[in-house]
Design a protein. Structure first.
Lengths: 438, 510
């Protein structure tokens, strides 16, 4: 684990050295590394049994992203440093507050309403604002954030908790319809409504990437929870239908598809960015141009949605593959946590959270590579953006907590009392003593 | 549920493998196709963000250099600048991101970028900066004097009611080596305006320059040709002497008209005057009839062979891109005897530089230089040497002969004839200060009158000095833009400019 961190330190340092970056970067890097080491120590203290690969992988991605952002814009690097700090603090706080995962399940309805509220926030006049066509931003005073990033965690929590409670009822079904057993409406309705509502709101906000991510999350969780492949098929059918209708009905979607197929036809307009991304990848080739030596700044969204193209240009096939492998390892580790967890809620939550990260990475990397039509979304841990970083570190903390909980359950780590339990025990002992004295 | 989770892992793995495959397709498979894409300018930008060496004159003045861009937000790291403004822009050309590069910036690109094989090998052992520099044969001081002289002339014309910039050029070269010492074209442009990183502004400038009369982007000194008028008589006389058709002993009766074969339309002397005398006299008086007769006597075959020996019809072998050729047949190709067989009047007129004759100003300087250099025409060049980053010579231009149209004897005779022009004839305005003997020939070509435009003419003077051991050859041409200029002769209009430049050259020697 520590070796992982030092490897990252080495990578960061050498990347910094070889590039043409300003000297002010060094303090940034030291501060960032300090925070990440603190996160590591906190994990060791608060979640001793947690999987040892999750945090280093996230930190590596975070580091590569940070170097790329710093190379593109010093101003953004400074902001990202602040957000990194906040994200690490949130990470530690999450580990501190959530000591026993089942506690979370109790608040499932709260999570549903919080998630729904967060999703709706950008639609509230006065505080919602749109950037690049998508209305997903909220500005309160000086703080701008994307509530959707947090909503997806809240909704994943709700799904996991709800499905953990009702999965057998949904799975069993009561009525038969040919081969298909239809579950009772009252069990499926709440979750279907929540899902439909969420997707509808995202579409209304023109946040197609999040809508797609969310749709996938729901389908996967339904499938895993009920163990019935029909939900996967159903999801696919609904998705295809919805995609076709959207393509027929919305000009935006048609443009997206046209640009996907041939960005050069609209080079002067919307095709400029994907075309530049293609040029960036080609310019990078196998070994990359070297950091600071390419021209990723020609891609307008180089530090956000298109950060993968910037990495591809300056770090080449090798660096870009490293990023893909990091996500692959991250999803492997996340799903291992899900397999090892033995309570349905924890299993489902780990599955859901891992699906969020890996699908989000797939959607944006695939979009940038023109494997799938592009839907704007951040690359977890790598892209510039405070909300995304914060949400993903919270997500990571939850995964670590589930992992730790699984390890305790299996007896791999002594199941010590949590801080709050210790305090509770002390209170009880004091009360007992008081009672004995009385 | 574990079964589903494992299936999910497998499914996601497949998706990620697809990502990896797509990444390979884009970064490796389609790399060449994308790099070569017409809309892909990353390669250009990459070059644009590299250091680029300077272009320096023979007297050490930097005429093109790259300076770092101070603005940290600029997508470019260097700005190409031309400290001498418009003085050398026709020679350096410009180096731009959006509009490519021209002239030396184009042809010497590899040296300036450090991309020649030798520079690349050397850079393995040397430092990071392996850019080279280009050393010109041109002298900034001479260029400045020549530009000043022609600009002053232009200013005087504009003050006198001319409505457009005078077109003209001044070329000075060393007749012994072909090294060009000054080459000024008017109108000209300032490469700094084109090299502006503000693409829109640069585009506007280019549009303006492309539509400007007189084509400022072309160095008319070697990229345009003009009717040479009487200055062509040097060539006709040279050919006639080489073929034994004339000698210094020949005499011409004083005549006002002569009717060449195949026509009833007589040829007249300048201004319709009677003109005649010895070879020396008809040369300095610049009679037309004797030279028309020489061309006729030579006939189509010997005349076309003769002009070819002077390099007419061939692109000038200067080390700058886009050089044009002089012509004895206008736009007609091929320019051979067959063309003139039934055009004998045109051949006769061509003998004194009218009709279909078109000469490049640089070429006329080379003609004067040939006489000065004992009959050997040297290849003109503006690059003296290319140097690597440490100042070590990569290549040096060695003087090379291009043509030998006349024997040394003929050259001596022609030289004497040209001395006569300065001392007794139309070239008197080119009599130099401090008793330096110059040799010259003037020319005044009346262009066909175009309705609605002023009468236009080409006023020439070409020559060299000192006559006894020539070190400098010069040609000056001015395209008349008003009736008034056009009424003047080459000697009166172009002569003072040539004198100014030559006087400066000799003054600068001591």
């Amino acid at each position: 684990m520590a070796a992982g961190i030092s490897a990252v330190a080495f990578v960061l340092a050498s990347l910094g050295k070889n590039s043409t970056m300003p000297a002010t970067l060094v303090p940034f890097l030291i501060a960032l590394l300090g925070m990440l080491i603190a996160a590591h120590i906190a994990t060791r203290l608060l979640a001793r049994g947690a999987d040892g690969t999750l945090l280093p992988l996230a930190v590596m991605l975070h580091g590569i992203g940070y170097v790329m952002i710093a190379r593109l814009s010093e101003r953004r690097a400074a902001l990202q440093t602040t957000w990194s700090f906040i994200a690490i603090v949130a990470f530690v706080l999450t580990l501190l507050i959530v000591q026993r995962p089942p506690d979370l399940a109790r608040y499932k309805w709260t999570f549903l309403f919080v998630g729904a509220g967060l999703l709706m926030l950008p639609l509230v006049p006065g505080i919602g604002s749109s950037v690049g066509g998508a209305k997903i931003w909220v500005s309160i005073g000086p703080v701008n954030f994307q509530p959707g990033e947090f909503a997806k965690i809240a909704l994943a929590l709700f799904f996991a908790a709800y499905l953990a409670d009702n999965r057998e009822l949904i799975s069993a079904g009561t009525r038969r319809f040919g081969f298909i057993r239809i579950p009772e409406l009252r069990y499926v309705l709440p979750i279907t409504l929540a899902w439909a509502f969420a997707v509808a709101v995202m579409v209304a906000e023109k946040d197609l990437g999040s809508a797609l991510l969310f749709f996938t999350l729901f389908t996967v969780m339904m499938w895993v929870a009920t163990e019935r492949a029909i939900y996967l098929v159903l999801g696919l059918v609904i998705f295809s239908g919805a995609a076709y209708i959207a393509w027929r009905m919305f000009e935006v979607v048609q443009t997206r598809v046209d640009i996907w197929l041939d960005p050069w036809s609209q080079y002067e307009g919307k095709g400029y960015q994907p075309a530049q991304a293609m040029f960036a990848f080609a310019n990078g080739g196998t070994a990359g141009t070297g950091l600071g030596l390419g021209n990723p700044s020609k891609i307008p969204a180089a530090s956000t949605d298109y950060v993968f193209a910037a990495i591809g240009e300056e770090m080449g096939l090798i660096g870009a593959t490293a990023v893909i492998i990091a996500f692959l390892l991250l999803l492997g580790a996340g799903l291992r946590v899900a397999v090892r967890a033995d309570r349905p809620f924890e299993k489902l939550l780990a599955t859901g959270l891992t699906t969020i990260i890996s699908m989000q990475a797939f959607i944006i990397i695939g979009g940038v590579l023109r494997l799938v039509p592009l839907t704007g979304i951040t690359l977890p841990f790598v892209s510039y953006g405070g909300s995304s970083l914060l949400a993903n570190y919270i997500l990571l903390a939850l995964l670590l907590r589930i992992s730790d909980s699984g390890a305790r359950r299996r007896g791999e780590t002594p199941d010590e009392l949590t801080i709050s339990e210790r305090m509770e025990a002390r209170r009880l002992r004091r009360a007992e003593r008081k009672a004995a004295r009385a | 549920m574990n079964k589903q989770i494992r299936k999910l892992a497998a499914g996601l793995l497949v998706l990620y493998l697809a990502l990896f495959a797509a990444l390979n397709v884009v970064q490796v498979g389609k790399k060449q196709e994308l790099d070569a894409h017409p809309q892909n300018n990353r390669q250009t930008i990459r070059d644009f963000n590299r250091m680029r060496g300077p272009i320096v004159t023979a007297d050490g003045v930097v005429v093109a250099r790259s300076v770092p861009v101070v603005d940290p937000d600029s997508q470019y790291r260097f700005q190409r600048e031309y400290p001498t403004g418009n003085l050398f822009s026709n020679i350096t050309g410009y180096y731009t991101y959006s509009f490519g590069s021209t002239q030396l910036e184009k042809t010497q690109n590899d040296v300036l970028m450090g991309d020649t094989t030798q520079q690349k090998v050397d850079s393995v052992f040397g430092g990071a900066d392996n850019t080279g520099s280009v050393q010109l044969t041109l002298r900034a001081d001479v260029q400045q004097v020549a530009a000043q002289a022609i600009d002053d002339f232009n200013a005087a014309q504009l003050a006198n009611g001319a409505t457009e910039t005078v077109q003209g050029s001044v070329v000075v070269m060393d007749p012994r080596t072909g090294a060009v010492l000054a080459m000024v074209s008017l109108p000209r442009f300032d490469a700094n305006q084109v090299a502006d990183h503000d693409t829109k502004a640069a585009e506007d400038v280019l549009d303006f320059l492309n539509n400007y009369p007189g084509k400022p982007l072309l160095a008319n000194a070697y990229q345009e040709n003009y009717m040479p008028g009487s200055s062509f008589k040097i060539i006709t006389t040279g050919i006639a002497m080489e073929n034994g058709v004339t000698s210094l002993d020949r005499n011409w009766p004083s005549e006002t008209e002569w009717v060449p074969p195949q026509t009833n339309d007589p040829i007249q002397n300048y201004g319709g005057k009677a003109c005649g005398g010895t070879m020396t006299e008809v040369f300095y008086r610049s009679c037309n009839i004797p030279f028309a007769q020489l061309a006729s006597e030579l006939g189509p075959q010997r005349m076309t062979d003769g002009v070819r020996a002077w390099g007419i019809g061939e692109k000038l072998p200067i080390d700058l891109p886009g050089a044009v050729a002089s012509s004895f047949c206008g736009n007609v190709t091929p320019c051979d005897a067959a063309f003139f067989n039934d055009q004998l009047p045109l051949l006769a007129i061509g003998g004194f530089g009218q009709g279909n004759d078109l000469m490049v100003p640089l070429h006329m300087c080379m003609v004067a230089a040939t006489v000065a250099n004992g009959g050997v025409m040297m290849k003109p060049h503006v690059v003296d040497a290319t140097l690597d980053h440490d100042g070590a010579v990569l290549t040096r231009t060695s003087p090379e002969a291009w043509k030998t149209p006349i024997s040394p004897t003929t050259a001596t005779i022609l030289s004497d004839l040209m001395v006569g022009v300065v001392n007794n004839g139309t070239g008197k305005p080119m009599q130099l200060a401090n008793g330096v003997q110059a040799a010259a020939k003037t020319g005044t070509a009346q262009l066909n009158f175009v309705e609605g435009e002023p009468q236009r003419s080409h006023a020439w003077i070409i020559g060299f000095a000192p006559a006894e051991a020539p070190r400098y050859a010069v040609s000056v041409v001015i395209k008349g833009t008003t009736d008034e200029i056009s009424a003047g002769t080459g000697g009166r209009l172009a002569g003072p400019i040539a004198k100014q430049v030559l006087d400066y050259l000799f003054a600068s020697e001591s």
